[in-house]
Design a binder for this molecule. Structure first.
Ligand SMILES: NC(=O)c1ccc[n+]([C@@H]2O[C@H](COP(=O)([O-])OP(=O)(O)OC[C@H]3O[C@@H](n4cnc5c(N)ncnc54)[C@H](OP(=O)(O)O)[C@@H]3O)[C@@H](O)[C@H]2O)c1
Length: 244
């Protein structure tokens, strides 16, 4: 199987790459930091002796996305499964003070993710097979005052993926939405929470298994489905007063 991973310097992305490489799959690791991604690729290649390629990918350069997919297909031979992993949490206060910071959060997590997913959809629909795994977040399930730019972008991406899944359902292409809770990566570094934090390795296993089984939406860890069910049930008149 040929696998494309976008945002390959992320800890979760590295674990996804290792999971596929273990099975002998070919992987193309695409990221904006070429040196870093080359180091990650050599490490995976040495450990698993499989084909590991690297590519340059910038989420906000949407004009480059269709050409990027053409080049990726040429390099790999085909794209059977693509993981859209990149993301940027940003800083809520900074985003409130300076809209350019908010715009980056929206551009990376929503516009960039939608743009590359569309380019993948066009390729896979024409081919009549493939799978797109979009990494979203439980933060997109309800707008919270503490991170509503990131939450809005992820929530928008979840809705987009839901629509895309419907569009591609009859063409043999599967679209999975992954709504992640807390995962132990630089994005959550220093975060104080009583809710258990999952490892990137366990997350990658769960993502690969769910994608293989053709799941539509995966909450990971699983208990976030219930946590978000409860959070969404809080009446707005109470929710707006809660400092979360
Ligand atoms: N960790 C969590 O608890 C958690 C929870 C819910 C959802 N998620 C989602 O999981 C995904 C992976 O996140 P992570 O936790 O592994 O965080 P991470 O280690 O901070 O990884 C984020 C990745 O996104 C890449 N990226 C950021 N801006 C980019 C851009 N403009 N173009 C291309 N790549 C860009 C980064 O590249 P550089 O290395 O070049 O910066 C990095 O590879 C994200 O979509 C995130 O929103 C994470």
């Amino acid at each position: 199987m040929n696998v494309l991973i976008l945002g390959a310097t992320s800890r979760i992305a590295q674990s996804i790459a290792a999971e596929h490489a273990k099975d002998g799959d070919s992987v193309l690791l695409a990221a904006r930091d070429r040196e870093e991604v080359k180091t990650i690729a050599s490490d995976i290649q040495v450990r698993h002796s499989t084909r590991v390629l690297v590519g340059d990918f910038e989420a906000t350069d949407v004009d480059s996305h269709p050409g990027f997919i053409t080049d990726a297909v040429e390099a790999l031979g085909s794209i059977d499964t693509a993981y859209v992993v990149f993301g940027a949490m940003g800083d809520q206060e900074g985003s409130q003070q300076d809209f350019s910071a908010a715009r980056t959060v929206l551009d990376v997590n929503f516009t960039g993710a939608v743009s590359i997913s569309e380019a993948l959809a066009t390729y896979m629909e024409e081919r009549g097979e493939g799978a797109i795994v979009g990494i979203s977040s439980v933060a997109g399930d309800r707008g919270r005052q503490s991170n509503y730019f990131y939450g809005a972008a992820k929530g928008g991406y979840s809705l987009y993926l839901q629509g895309l899944r419907g569009r591609l359902a009859r063409s043999g292409v599967h679209v999975m939405t992954a709504k992640l809770g807390f995962i132990d990566t630089p994005m959550t570094y220093g975060m104080k929470t009583k809710i258990p934090i999952a490892s990137p390795e366990a997350t990658a296993k769960a993502l690969k298994n769910a994608a293989t089984k053709g799941k539509n939406t995966l909450y990971y860890p699983w208990f976030w489905r219930f946590v978000m069910y409860l959070i969404k049930a809080i009446p707005e008149r109470m929710f707006k007063k809660m400092k979360i």
